[in-house]
Design a binder for this molecule. Structure first.
Ligand code: CMC
Length: 428
């Protein structure tokens, strides 16, 4: 294949270089398009064909169902690594040595204290506030308490901002949940591992010890790894674009959290469980809901199905489905909603509508069932996704800054009114 793409507009032909990725993905580099053509731009709603950057963090092949972080398969990482190691791998590019990991964790622990005044902000939220709204507000508020995290240019300044947020974010997540469950806020302990500490901060009762259940620990660790990065999805692109204005890491993350909240993105895990519960309450008639999902006049979609990139299967969903069986089995929990989910999956996989559109269960289809079995409230599910995605967002933000990417500022094709004269209010 030639390494040039040719574009003909009227009588003129323009040439653009092809860019190749390390897995042979090919892109047309149109950086010079507008200048060379005197103003022509491309248009691609939803960026379905547009690469926004070159990135060395995550590779995914939607046709083959492949997902790798820094070259390591998600299956191998979910089985053999822990979340903190994966976070280090994503952010810094290589698996850490024992010394590197210990230093990283110590630096995180040194920064795991959140200013006590943040509690006043939490107090001001109504009890029924959605935890994602609270989390994005608190993440943004951290900027005010840590102004040195904003103007970061050097490696050292970036590292300091990273360990700060890796330390404080789990505290905010746990406090967000404790606000919901009405429990006093908890700081965790330096003696615990990263994920052990998260569980303790979320669940320890003020009048009791908290014994970490290895089944829960293992399940949470795996879920966080599976969610840790997913290349240029909606929230990650948001983090990169906001960060490209040099807004600082914390506000960029806060914007990413807001993007994740939507039901078409991370909010799907909450929506899936609510959907499964609604089907159960409606007598468990999965066929009725399959019909609704296929009816173009009905806005209902089968939540947890379909993906912009995966058109074969979502490798994360396979791992999570197996984990859901194991965790519920190990905990001795029987959840009728798991049977409804399996029934829906079976029907959808053999239904022509879903087959034709290559719609498969995604990462969110089974994750909520595990979170619920762990005792996490439904409204917290997307917060748990955010906790997992944190290292991915950080890695992508860091890469964007290190590559000195320009500010994100797309073009448009204007379709509004042509110039017209203002008409005074009394004359309209
Ligand atoms: N139920 C019913 N029909 C669907 C669904 C669904 N869940 N997803 C897609 N379709 C149909 C859609 O109506 C369209 O049909 P047609 O070609 O006849 O118009 C076709 O499939 C293509 O859909 P699309 O909306 O153009 O595809 P997209 O790539 O823009 O959207 C998606 C991807 C994930 C937003 C979409 O599949 C969806 O809304 N799924 C449900 C929400 C969900 O589970 N989101 C979590 C995504 S994975 C976790 C994450 O990354 O956050």
């Amino acid at each position: 294949m030639s390494d040039i793409a040719k574009l003909q507009i009227g009588e003129s032909t323009y040439e653009f270089p092809l860019v190749k990725g390390s897995e042979n993905e090919t892109a047309i580099d149109i950086k010079t398009l507008r200048g060379a053509t005197g103003g022509v731009v491309t248009i691609d709603p939803g960026f379905k064909n547009t690469g926004s950057c070159q990135s060395a963090i995550t590779f995914l092949d939607g046709e083959k169902g492949i997902l790798r972080y820094r070259g390591y398969s998600i299956e191998e990482l979910a089985e053999k690594a822990d979340f903190l190691e994966v976070a280090y791998l994503l952010i810094f590019g290589e698996l850490p040595t024992k010394e590197q990991l210990d230093k990283f964790y110590n630096d995180i622990l040194d920064n795991a204290i959140v200013d006590d005044d943040i509690k006043k902000i939490i107090d001001a939220f109504p009890k029924n506030a959605h935890p994602m709204g609270i989390l994005s507000s608190l993440t943004s508020a951290l900027t005010a308490f840590n102004p040195s995290s904003v103007n970061v240019d050097s490696d050292e300044e970036m590292y300091n901002a990273i360990v700060k947020i890796m330390g404080k974010f789990p505290v905010l997540v746990a406090w967000t949940m404790r606000k919901k469950t009405g429990m006093p806020l908890h700081y965790g302990s330096r003696k615990l591992g990263y994920v052990e500490n998260i569980l303790t901060m979320m669940f320890q009762k003020p009048n009791d010890e908290y014994d970490i259940n290895p089944i829960l620990l293992n399940a949470l660790d795996k879920l966080l790894i599976l969610h840790a990065d997913h290349e240029q999805n909606c929230s990650t692109s948001t983090v990169r674009v906001v960060g490209s204005s040099h807004a600082g890491l914390f506000p960029s993350l806060s914007a990413g959290i807001s993007a994740l909240w939507g039901p078409l993105h991370g909010g799907a895990n909450q929506a899936v469980l609510e959907m499964l519960e609604a089907i159960k309450a409606d007598g468990g008639d999965t066929k009725k809901y399959m019909g609704k999902a296929k009816d173009k006049a009905d806005p209902f979609r089968l939540m947890g199905f379909g993906h912009r990139v995966y058109k074969n299967f979502d490798p994360r969903a396979r791992i999570i489905k197996k984990a859901a069986d194991e965790v519920l089995g190990d905990l001795g929990v029987e959840d009728p909603v798991l049977d409804i989910a399996k029934g829906l999956e079976k029907e959808a996989l053999s239904d022509q509508y879903f087959v034709d559109r290559k719609l498969y269960p995604n990462v969110d289809f089974y994750s909520g069932i595990i979170y619920r079995a762990m005792g996490i409230p439904v409204e917290m599910f997307t917060v748990m996704f955010a906790l997992g995605r944190l290292p991915g967002w950080i890695a992508q933000w860091r890469e964007m800054r290190l590559r000195k990417e320009p500010i994100g500022r797309p073009r448009q094709v204007y379709t509004g009114a042509n110039e017209r004269s203002f008409v005074k209010l009394e004359d309209r």
